[in-house]
Write a protein that binds this ligand. Structure first.
Ligand code: NAD
Ligand code: ZN
Ligand code: ZN
Length: 344
């Protein structure tokens, strides 16, 4: 192997990514090197490249947190991952392992956590450095391309659905039926829930119906909360808002049934006003949810390995990343784009 690789860098916020060659990193003590086979493109990568959030990465950096590949080199002291293992390098790149949150298996909120493709270089590159204690272990029989969307879009929605506490036979709303949402619909059906998908794009809603959604609502055609009530009498027991839209979040709270829980995972920049009287008088819970733990990862991957969920994937080369970003921004990606890396 040469010691150079191709990667896509955010050099400056708000500008196109720059494709260039750079040195292949070598794994230090306790690190591994992964040769990328596939990496999904998440809307979060777009937020990262724009510098949308209060906690900002430091350019230049390589985005991508759905990278899957084989372990090709081990740093000293690595015992739990072997050469040739297929792993994923997720958003939760590493955590401290000993704070109060890590001890409670809530490593996702560890103050020392590092984020793949954000505070650490990610998978829009031919090789990725990773922490073997936090990589996803890809089950045999699941291809790199099929696994890629699971390690962010899949785990985030699987965990988010659990956080709604909706029970089999109850209703869940999945607001935003794109990369995250199209997997959320499948997880929710596999978990025995009735699913109402909400989006602003009829194509996404047709796809949702094809994936098993029991009801779809185009939020552009009217107030989704009153349309939902006409159909199911009262709101949904659980609501999962994946749409990167403050309007969708406000509408999500409005679609939540009394005693129900609205889980927020979409991360548009900004704030939204909570309709206090409705939330208080109806005893509604509004809850944030951030990817998932390593145990959630193993569970989310099992659903995919067993064929209960399957990402709709459009393959593109790394060189197409800026066109993919423009389409994602316009809502012009049907489900998930996965960058495929050819073997050189
Ligand atoms: P995406 O672009 O693939 O999908 C977004 C979907 O929302 C699209 O189908 C779009 O049509 C729909 N939408 C837009 N406005 C809407 C509205 N007003 N009402 C209903 N639907 C609307 O994006 P994605 O990759 O699924 O990511 C979605 C969001 O989730 C992003 O903000 C991303 O940063 C965030 N995210 C959060 C976590 C987490 O851990 N909390 C993890 C991954 C992604
Ligand atoms: Zn993501
Ligand atoms: Zn910690």
């Amino acid at each position: 192997m040469t010691n150079r690789m191709q990667a896509a860098f955010v050099e400056r916020f708000g500008e196109p990514l720059v494709l260039r060659a750079c040195e292949i990193p070598s794994p230090g003590p306790g690190q591994i090197l992964v040769k990328t086979e596939a990496c999904g493109v998440c809307h979060t990568d777009l937020h990262a490249a724009r510098g949308d959030w209060p906690l900002k990465p430091t350019p230049p950096f390589i985005p991508g947190h759905e990278g899957i590949g084989r372990v090709v080199a081990l740093g000293s002291g690595v015992a739990n991952v072997r050469l040739g293992d297929r792993v994923g390098v997720p958003w939760l790149y590493s955590a401290c392992g000993h704070c109060e949150y890590c001890l409670k298996a809530w490593e996702t909120v560890c103050a020392e956590a590092q984020f793949g493709g954000y505070t650490r270089n990610g998978g829009f590159a031919e090789y990725i450095l990773a922490d073997p204690d936090y990589v996803a272990h890809i089950p045999d029989g699941l291809s790199a391309i099929d696994a890629a969307p699971i390690i962010c879009a899949g785990i985030t929605t699987y965990k988010g659905i659990k956080e709604t506490e909706a029970k089999p036979g109850e209703w869940i709303v999945i607001s935003g039926a794109g990369g995250l949402g199209h997997l959320a619909i499948q997880y929710a059906k596999a978990m025995g829930l009735n699913v109402c998908a909400v989006d602003i794009d009829d194509g996404k809603l047709d796809q949702a119906t094809g994936l098993g959604a029991d009801l779809t609502i185009n939020a552009k055609t009217g107030d989704p909360a009153s349309i939902l009530r006409q159909h199911i009498g009262g709101g949904a027991h659980g609501v999962l808002v994946t749409a990167p839209s403050l309007t969708a979040i406000r509408q999500g709270v409005g679609m939540t049934r009394k005693l129900g829980t609205c889980v927020l995972v979409g991360l548009p920049p900004g704030e939204f006003p909570l309709p206090l009287f409705d939330v208080v008088a109806n005893c509604i819970t509004v809850r944030g949810s951030f990817v998932g733990t390593r145990q959630d990862m193993a569970e989310a991957l099992q659903f995919a390995a067993q064929g209960k969920v399957r990402a709709h994937v459009e393959l593109q080369p790394l060189s197409a990343i800026n066109r993919v970003f423009e389409r994602l921004e316009r809502g012009d990606v049907a489900a998930r784009v996965v960058l495929e890396f050819s073997d050189r």
